[in-house]
Write a protein that binds this ligand. Structure first.
Ligand code: ATP
Ligand code: MG
Length: 553
């Protein structure tokens, strides 16, 4: 079962461990190309507002219904290494710009498919990769040239962009209201420096609870904690709250080792308990002295301490996540205090109202109405768990595109318009390249057209008619002529307010080119056998698992 990697004087030379498998040259390439194309095939039907949703069932039987490229690929357990690369690029796009995770995979698939045609004509992959790289740079240059420079703080415009990204998902019906809410939340937490905006998406807490309807989704100028007030005797509502954020436990520290205390009389026992009580009371007194009427504690709180806090009418929440403590600090302008001795009135945060409310069957504490909250919460409601889950994903996309445009204020219209425009410019430009690279640039242009083509296909439009119509209308009319998939027409997409961040389009082109090049450059796949532990993350099954990949050579 050993693999022969070469020979010296007729003797085979083995360099791989037993059980390892290797595919070389054309076979390896074909394998990878097929796998990448398959991945692209999986997600392409979910591209655009008329795209279909996928129902994903995991090994535990949990069901996810989604239209989000990155989510689909995350949920399906991909084995093939080239397929994994496609999945990773989708994830990377999600982290980088938040949207376009389906497009990037569709485009990468198309680039690889077009490259396959060239490889069949004996164009070397290296030349294709070079041609693709140059084309990508040119494409981004053209995009930058045609993009509309916008005013980043134009609320109406930002809403249109947020809405475009959400329209392609489940919650398209409520898109307008939710888009406004998304834009308000981003503007609330954004920091302006000179002419630039900076947004940290972590400043927006997204909480969700199934129940009610999507219309009940709200923006809270503060933080919602999925915790209840610790003690029944405490107030459930505090106006003009002064909030202490404490990250140490309000408990008597237990010693590390077992200490034995000999108590010989009931008096001694009482003294001991009293001493503990005193210490706990002293802790609470420090909080009272600082003037707090709300305490949010990251750690635990002793029953006795709870009792004293209740007596002092202080609303208290315990065991709050560290990330929520940070958000609370930003929302209420408080300082998280490690040591109670340091607590002063200056450390307290302020909010108009802190209140425990019932959300379905849970009790949650709402901290609202801070003066200049630099952290806010979007509370998503909706008919069922699946609806709120998908709404959360759509809102994530919408938050990200709004952030993208605030940080880089340039947009393009959607519906495949920029792709077709760039494709035609690339075809013109291709003639300036050398013979074979020219072929690659031509293919790159064709691959870009896979976006409008797929959008049209998903809307049930005839792909060939649509593309010819689109090309001819675009060459005569506006550069924003694209496929209006809702009315199955070819129109100026900017007039329909279908707008997307330039940065998303740039990222799609960059990432798709990168992964396509990476996959095309591989001409040797070596997989170690299971005994060697396998490649990281599961890798591919040893021998033959790669669809026709021979175990022995
Ligand atoms: N009303 C519309 N008509 C035509 N095309 C549209 C419309 N709205 C959005 N699009 C297009 O749909 C595409 C985006 O689709 P979709 O949101 O499903 O995928 P994605 O953004 O690539 O990935 P994901 O959102 O899953 O991360 C873009 O090309 C966009 O221009
Ligand atoms: Mg999208």
């Amino acid at each position: 079962m050993s693999i022969q990697q070469g020979s010296a004087g007729g003797m085979p030379v083995l360099i791989l461990k037993e059980g390892a498998s290797q595919t070389k040259g054309r076979d390896a390439q074909k394998n990878n190309i097929t796998a990448a194309k398959l991945i692209s095939e999986v997600v392409r039907s979910s591209l655009g507002p008329r795209g279909m949703d996928k129902m994903l069932v995991d090994t535990l039987g949990d069901v996810t219904i989604t239209n989000d490229g990155a989510t689909i690929l995350k949920e399906i357990d991909v084995q093939h290494p080239a397929a994994k690369m496609m999945v990773e690029i989708s994830k990377a796009t999600d982290n980088e710009v938040g949207d376009g995770t389906t497009s990037v995979v569709v485009l990468a698939g198309a680039l690889i498919e077009k490259a396959e045609e060239l490889i069949a004509k004996d164009v070397h992959p290296t030349i294709i990769v070079d041609g693709y790289r140059k084309s990508a740079m040119k494409a981004i240059e053209v995009l930058n040239h045609i993009a509309m420079k916008v005013n980043g703080s134009d609320k109406e415009l930002l809403t249109k962009i947020a809405k475009t990204s959400m329209q392609t998902k489940l919650i398209s019906k409520e898109a307008t209201e939710i888009a406004q809410l998304v834009v308000n939340s981003i503007l609330q937490v954004s920091e302006k420096t000179d002419s630039h905006y900076k947004v940290d998406i972590d400043d927006i807490k997204v909480e969700k609870k199934a129940g009610g309807s999507m219309r009940d989704t709200r923006l809270i100028k503060g933080i919602v904690l999925d915790k209840e007030v610790v003690h029944g005797g405490m107030p459930k509502r505090v106006e003009k709250a002064k909030i202490a954020l404490i990250n140490s436990a309000l408990e008597i520290e237990k010693t590390e080792f077992d200490a034995k205390i000999n108590i010989s009389s009931p008096d001694q026992m009482n003294m001991f308990i009293e001493e503990e009580n005193k210490m706990l009371k002293a802790m609470v007194d420090k909080i009272i002295a600082a003037g707090a009427n709300v305490v949010v504690c990251q750690k635990g709180i002793d029953d006795i301490a709870q009792h004293y806090l209740a007596k002092a009418n202080i609303l208290t929440v315990r065991r709050v996540k560290e990330s929520d403590m940070t958000k609370l600090a930003r929302a209420t302008e408080a300082r998280v205090v490690n040591n109670l001795d340091d607590l002063t009135s200056k450390d307290l945060g302020a909010a108009d109202l802190v209140e425990e409310r019932k959300v379905e069957t849970d009790k949650w504490v709402f901290v609202e109405g801070a003066k200049h909250p630099k952290s806010v919460t979007i509370l998503i409601r909706g008919g069922s768990q699946r609806v709120v889950d998908e709404a959360e994903r759509s809102i994530h996309d919408a938050l990200m595109v709004t952030k993208d445009v605030l940080e880089k204020p340039a947009v393009v219209a959607g519906g495949g318009a920029p792709e077709v425009h760039v494709a035609s410019k690339l075809s013109e430009w291709a003639s300036s390249l050398s013979g074979r690279e020219q072929l690659a640039a031509q293919k790159f242009a064709e691959a870009l057209e896979s976006i409008p083509l797929t959008l049209a296909e998903n809307a049930g439009m005839d792909p060939i008619d649509t593309m010819t119509d689109l090309r001819s209308k675009q060459s005569k009319g506006s550069k924003w002529t694209g496929v209006d998939v809702r009315n199955t027409k070819i129109v100026d997409m900017s007039k329909l307010d279908i707008l997307e961040p330039l940065s998303v389009k740039e990222q799609i082109i960059k990432s798709a080119t990168e992964v396509a090049s990476m996959i095309l450059r591989i001409d040797d796949v070596i997989a170690s056998g299971k005994s060697a532990g396998g490649p990281p993350g599961g890798g591919m099954p040893p021998g033959g698992g790669m669809g026709g990949m021979g175990g022995e050579m």
